[in-house]
Ligand binder design. Structure first.
Ligand SMILES: O=C(O)CCC(=O)C(=O)O
Length: 268
């Protein structure tokens, strides 16, 4: 059990571990132990450039917002281009092992963070089970229900609002309190990496955004949000939602399932 008020926080990893796309077993293990994996070189330079150009041409709809932070939701429904990020080798393989071979996406969000962007503070995205005492006993592995893939479309430097994670903090079994900045003696550490690298993390991992402290650089990010088949899709606006026929026509069978085309039964 971890003492939440313990000593001086330190970096748990000097450098975050990275994985090759083929190392699915190792990555699944890391999702249970660390709560995240970093996979270098998933995207090529050309597609990073195209993705950034396409984000530059997005216009806000529904619940999107623009400002110091631009946030465009469910971009897969606007252009078939965004489909290929749903089933990237390595990322989708870990997502399916973690969430079931019938998992789907619950959203896909494009971000642009301008100088002055303020990162969201320490939080988790979804806690499947609140544990009664601090720290889930080590012999218990809480299953994953939601995982998010961050496709970094900008190099992640200290100044350009890198995501920050606390390795192993999903085993807290609780949300971080407003005042908390560490888990036991483990501190938040930035995910410093190249454009084209992917961070896949579970929803109960304590993580944080950070500020864009550059004078003139914009950070581009694409998030793919995966869930178990039983986790509902967040395709707003709910009553008006319609799949774009051009997008459906462009899907391969796996992508169609990831958009929610499942066997039709109450519990299938
Ligand atoms: O900007 C980031 O890298 C963090 C985003 C985040 O924490 C979230 O969407 O929950």
């Amino acid at each position: 059990m971890i003492n939440r008020k313990s000593a001086v926080p330190k970096l748990f990893y000097e450098r975050l571990p990275t994985y090759d796309r083929e190392e699915v077993d190792r990555m699944l293990e890391a999702m249970h132990v660390d709560g995240f994996v970093l996979i270098p070189g998933v995207l090529q330079t050309t597609e990073i450039k195209i993705a950034r150009d396409k984000i530059d041409r997005l216009a806000p709809i529904g619940w999107d917002f623009e400002g110091l932070t631009d946030h465009y939701k469910n971009v897969f429904n606007r252009d078939p281009f965004w489909l290929s990020f749903l089933d990237r080798e390595g990322v989708i393989d870990v997502a399916e092992r973690a969430l079931g071979s019938n998992c789907h996406i619950i959203g896909e969000t494009a971000w642009r963070s301008h100088p002055g962007h303020r990162g969201v503070g320490l939080h988790l995205d979804y806690l499947p089970m609140e544990w009664p005492a601090p720290g889930v006993p080590s012999e218990i592995r809480v299953p994953m229900f939601l995982c998010t893939a961050h496709f970094y479309l900008s190099p992640q430097t200290e100044e350009l609002c890198p995501t920050q994670v606390i390795p192993g903090s999903h085993t807290a079994g609780s949300k971080p309190a407003r005042t908390e900045k560490q888990w036991g003696d483990r501190m938040l550490q930035p995910v410093l990496c190249n454009a084209g690298d992917v961070l896949l993390f579970r929803s109960d991992l304590w993580h944080s955004g950070s500020d864009n402290r550059t004078a003139n650089q914009v950070r581009y990010l694409l998030q793919v949000h995966y869930g178990r088949r039983e986790m509902s899709q967040h395709f707003a606006p709910y009553f008006e939602w319609q799949f774009n026929p051009e997008v459906l026509a462009a899907c391969n069978p796996r992508q169609r399932r990831l958009l929610g085309d499942h066997a039709q039964g109450a519990y299938d």
